[in-house]
Design a protein around this ligand. Sequence first.
Ligand SMILES: Cc1cc2nc3c(=O)[nH]c(=O)nc-3n(C[C@H](O)[C@H](O)[C@H](O)COP(=O)(O)O)c2cc1C
Length: 168
Amino acid sequence: MKIAILYGTKYGTTEKIAELISKLIIKNHNKDDNGSIDVELINLKEKDDVNLDCDILIIGSSVYMGRIRKEVKSFIKKYRNTLIEKRFALFICGANEVEGIKQINKVFPSEIVNHSIATAFLEGELNLDKMKFLDRKIAQFIIKGANKEFKIDDVAIDEFVQKIKFSI
Ligand SMILES: Cc1cc2nc3c(=O)[nH]c(=O)nc-3n(C[C@H](O)[C@H](O)[C@H](O)COP(=O)(O)O)c2cc1C
């Protein structure tokens, strides 16, 4: 089985999540011991000409001010017709817990959301040290309002992967 995880990231959290998803898929697959598996990770900023010849696609993006990364948006637009013929899952990485998964319908076209086999809102990180000035100011505001530390949620990632596996 061939799986491609395609993602857009600004400061690397979505990339970390994509890697965790990949490791979990391989771990679960080895445990079940059913044939070979190939998981490819693709940063859409580095490669937008993608070979979609795989069994399952997992598409993820971080959210900024209610929008997904430009490269993910362009990818969906470019491959829309091919995508809806395929099995794919969607995830967004963010810090807006209140809006959470509701954001998925706002950031992806509804046709794409409706065709997906699994969706998830996965909590991200706010790495102030890495951020550009304006992002850092907004992130400080988010942290103050939430009054908590934002970190990757392994349990939510595991649940997302279980959902995808379930539909294979
Ligand atoms: C300026 C700014 C705007 C953001 N806007 C949103 C948002 O609209 N929704 C959300 O869930 N998270 C939002 N976040 C949180 C990011 O999505 C989160 O930090 C994520 O982990 C970033 O992942 P990345 O490093 O892969 O880009 C925002 C963060 C910043 C700094």
